[in-house]
Design a protein around this ligand. Structure first.
Ligand SMILES: Nc1ncnc2c1ncn2[C@@H]1O[C@H](COP(=O)(O)OP(=O)(O)OP(=O)(O)O)[C@@H](O)[C@H]1O
Length: 335
């Protein structure tokens, strides 16, 4: 019996990149860039497995290798017991894939025609195809505009057509790359609900995201990826719970500079500091991790006030997956 839907073992992808080190083209050097660096993980049947990481972490490259679109430099990806390199066509029968900014749906065709085309490509024709297409159009709330060309659809509708297309052959496993990227909050919420419904049907879902709330809300387990490596893997609860000895303090300040940051770093219980300037409020939001059960909140506030810095807001937050990432890497997911 096959126990895992997806099994990835020591998967690696290297790209050859040209490094220009001079104005002269002939002096450009070739270098090896490791986009995915020996990663291993298993996805159980029926679970949503989230791949969370910042831009450029290696999420899409991993997904492309699992979807047979890129050949790994080394290592293996096994889908329902089938090797992606040895039997790509067999693997594809088990997979439905939606990649980011995917142009694999045809904008000059209608939503219905797209599904008819992809049904035919999968050998689904006649009444069987019509039944399935009608069902998917209705289910993804596309039925009322099914006969308009896709180019007239909103981004959310296009994404729903791509999802319907991925489900047309009833695959056991769905691979979604940044599924809500570029969607407005309401469309993103609707799509997340759809993803949970699709899981309820017993399908396995591997999804990538750089939105920590999305990973938290949808995933049974999460792998956090940075610079091509998996740096943590567990349930969202366990990942956050591992931080329960840390207080997460968020300050809104009028000013923030490297001198203040260095002084705060000098407080022995301060573990991490990240800061970002909000253009809209024209304030700094500074997140500080400090070890629990100490007097350091006092030290922190005294230190900031003594620098004549105005504290506009102060709050203590429950650790989020963002804090898990900060704790592991010292930087924010958004940097
Ligand atoms: N064909 C390629 N040639 C060279 N470098 C590449 C190629 N494809 C991806 N990379 C690099 O590999 C790294 C990982 O890219 P990847 O697209 O997998 O990241 P990601 O985590 O999906 O991020 P994003 O959300 O920004 O797409 C990046 O630094 C990217 O520039």
């Amino acid at each position: 019996m096959i126990s895992y839907a997806i099994e990835v073992n020591n998967l690696k992808k290297e790209f050859v990149v040209k490094k220009k080190n001079s104005f002269l083209k002939r002096n450009s050097k070739k270098e090896i860039f490791v986009a995915v660096d020996n990663i291993s993980f298993q996805v159980r049947k029926g679970e949503i497995f989230g791949f969370l990481g910042p831009n450029g972490a290696g999420k899409t490259t991993t997904i492309k290798m699992i979807s047979t679109l890129l050949r790994p430099t080394s290592g293996t990806a096994i889908i329902n017991g089938i090797d992606c390199v040895e039997k790509p066509m067999e693997v594809l029968k088990n997979l439905g894939t939606v990649l980011t900014g995917e142009r694999s749906i045809y904008w000059k065709l209608t939503g219905r025609e797209n599904l008819e085309y992809f049904a035919a490509m999968n050998g689904i024709t006649g009444k069987n195809a019509q039944k399935k297409i009608d069902y998917l159009l209705k289910r993804f709330n596309l039925d009322k505009r099914a006969d308009e060309t896709v180019e007239k659809y909103s981004t959310g509708m296009k994404q729903r057509v791509a999802l319907a297309k991925a489900l047309i052959a009833d695959p056991e496993i769905l691979i979604l790359d940044e599924p809500t990227s570029g969607l407005d909050p309401q469309s993103a919420r609707n799509l997340r609900e759809l993803i949970l419904e699709i899981k309820e049907e017993g399908r396995t879902i591997l999804l990538t995201t750089h939105y920590m709330e999305e990973a938290d809300q949808l995933s049974d387990r999460i792998a956090i990826i940075d610079h091509g490596q998996i740096i943590a893997m567990d349930t969202p609860y366990n990942l956050k719970n591992a931080l329960n000895k840390t207080n997460v303090i968020v300050l809104e300040l009028k000013d923030w500079n490297s001198n203040t940051e260095e002084r705060i770093k000098g407080i022995p219980t301060v573990e991490n500091i990240t800061s970002r300037f909000d253009d809209i409020t024209q304030r700094w939001e500074v997140k500080i991790h400090i070890a629990n059960g100490t007097n350091s909140i006092n030290d922190l506030i005294t230190n900031i006030i003594s620098s004549d810095n105005k504290i506009i807001n102060f709050r203590v937050e429950e650790p989020t997956l963002e804090d898990v990432f900060i704790n592991l890497t010292g930087k924010s997911l958004r940097e």
